[in-house]
Every structure is written in structure tokens, then in C-alpha cells.
Ligand binder design. Structure first.
Ligand SMILES: Cc1cc2nc3c(=O)[nH]c(=O)nc-3n(C[C@H](O)[C@H](O)[C@H](O)COP(=O)(O)O)c2cc1C
Length: 183
């Protein structure tokens, strides 16, 4: 049976190379996000992004992160903020599935990155109020969900031994039996 390869090569690196990510590649990430399913097809996601060469905004976005994330994410080539819309656009009622759906879109985006040969790393560790102010978000309607660092990961041989041990520690998951119940 055929597995989706991108699922298995996707990972969340903290060590990025300085290889550039093109505008075309970035657009493919958003194209993947675009096709995620969502409650009532609301598509309650919005993305703000800054490539590293847009230094001022890139740094301001990085500045929204908690120090532990800032430390490594500053070396990414692109920084994205995913934002969720809390209310349905058609009738302005609350959409309780907005975080779920932004998560789905972000998962699509992450798999597309892996398919293209680079990676993204999502972060919940950021100061939401800073992001709201930076991007002038209407927080009655919009909520920052995750920052997403984008870049080519450094290969194991490009890291020192101590970095390699941390960066390439075994990735673990629960067994299927731990989270699935056959009825
Ligand atoms: C919603 C969300 C929030 C996360 N927040 C952070 C974070 O603030 N800092 C961090 O280093 N990693 C963060 N991560 C990355 C996870 O730690 C990582 O996905 C998990 O350990 C599994 O590793 P993998 O993505 O390499 O499979 C986050 C991931 C998600 C999906």
C-alpha cells in the first residue's frame, strides 16, 4: 500500500541553511493550504509572511517570538504568521472550528514544503499581542495561531556533534493502539 512520502520526510528543524526560498516556492505552500478542507468551506486562514531580505519586517516578525524560538528561527529564510478568523463571514456567528481548520491548512503547507525539499517549523511560542500590534489585526475577529519558520534544513554533517545529537534526536510518536479504539 502506498504511503504519502512527504508525511515521513517532514520534520521541524531548528537549524537552517542560507539557501534561498523563492517566491514561487512560497506560493506553492499557500496553494497547498488553499486546498485544505474547512467547516462550511469558510477557509478561515490568513497568512502574513516576510522573507529574510525584507529585513525590517522579518526582524519585527521574529521579535514576536519567545526568546527560545527567536534564537533559532532568526536563521530561517522566511517567517510566516498563520492567523485564524473567529467568525463566519456569511453571518458573523462564531466559528468554533477556526483553529482546527487553520491547523489543517498549516499541515497541508508543511507537507508541500517537505515535497519541495525544504521544511517548515510551526511555533505557538510567541507573544500574540505583539503580533496583533505589528500587523494591526482586528483581534475581535482575528487570532494569531502559529508562526512558521521556513527554510532548508542543515544536513547532519553540517552540524557539530552536540548540535547533531539535539537536532537529529529520534523522533517519537504514540503507537496507533494508544490513540485509536476499534468499536
Ligand atoms: C501548534 C504547534 C506549536 C508548536 N510550537 C512550537 C514552539 O513554540 N517551539 C518549537 O520549537 N516547536 C514548536 N512546535 C513543533 C513541535 O515541537 C514538533 O512539531 C513536534 O515536536 C514533533 O516534531 P516534528 O514536527 O519534527 O515531527 C509546534 C508545533 C505545532 C504543530
Amino acid at each position: 500500500m502506498k504511503k504519502i512520502k512527504s508525511i515521513y520526510i517532514r520534520r521541524s528543524p531548528r537549524k537552517f541553511s542560507d539557501k534561498k526560498i523563492t517566491e514561487k516556492q512560497i506560493n506553492l505552500l499557500f496553494e497547498a493550504a488553499r486546498w485544505a478542507p474547512s467547516a462550511r468551506n469558510e477557509q478561515p486562514w490568513h497568512y502574513y509572511y516576510a522573507p529574510k531580505k525584507n529585513t525590517d519586517l522579518f526582524n519585527k516578525m521574529i521579535d514576536c517570538l519567545v526568546p527560545a524560538n527567536k534564537e533559532w528561527a532568526k536563521n530561517a529564510e522566511v517567517i510566516i504568521l498563520s492567523v485564524g478568523s473567529k467568525i463566519y463571514s456569511k453571518n458573523e456567528t462564531p466559528n468554533v472550528y477556526y483553529k482546527h481548520d487553520v491547523g489543517a491548512a498549516n499541515a497541508y503547507l508543511a507537507l508541500q514544503a517537505a515535497k519541495l525539499g525544504f521544511q517548515v517549523h510551526q511555533m505557538a511560542g510567541f507573544y500574540a499581542q505583539k503580533a496583533i500590534e505589528l500587523l494591526n489585526l482586528d483581534d475581535k475577529k482575528l487570532e494569531p495561531i502559529t508562526f512558521i519558520a521556513v527554510g532548508y534544513e542543515l544536513k547532519p554533517e553540517e552540524l557539530s556533534e552536540s548540535e547533531r545529537i539535539i537536532e537529529f534526536a529520534e523522533r517519537t510518536r504514540k503507537n496507533i493502539g494508544e490513540f485509536v479504539t476499534k468499536l
